[in-house]
Ligand binder design. Structure first.
Ligand code: ZN
Length: 115
């Protein structure tokens, strides 16, 4: 059996973003764009609306997350709950990526170009 090496594509665009509140990874847009503008998207999972819950209501991600956990981590949207959805796994992933970001002292983007 020979193993095929998958073709590497560098043009892959991330089409989904992760909710900084609950860790839900299927947001349609990044919560904040590069200039800091809010997406106004409502997270299907925790119900946080970027630009409204934070800016208008003054509730931060951590504060909202704590309330959401207290409420039993409900799925708030009318959309169907994803298969195998687990709020605990989501939150664990969020905590892990936050830790990794802290550990890695590297700049987020490295441009190495051989001309
Ligand atoms: Zn969320």
């Amino acid at each position: 059996m020979s193993r095929k090496t998958p073709k590497k594509t560098t043009t892959m665009k991330e089409s989904t973003s992760t909710c900084p509140v609950c860790g839900y990874a299927q947001l349609e847009e990044p919560p904040r764009n590069r200039t800091g503008g809010a997406s106004m998207e409502i997270c299907a999972c925790c119900g946080f609306q970027f630009g409204v819950t934070d800016d208008d209501h003054g509730i931060g991600y951590d504060e909202y997350r704590q309330g959401w956990i207290k409420d039993g981590m409900p799925w708030t949207s009318k959309q169907k709950t994803p298969k195998n959805w687990s709020p605990q796994t989501q939150l664990a992933g969020l905590a892990l990526s936050a830790t990794l970001k802290r550990v890695k002292g590297r700049p987020p983007r490295m441009s190495v170009q051989m001309a």
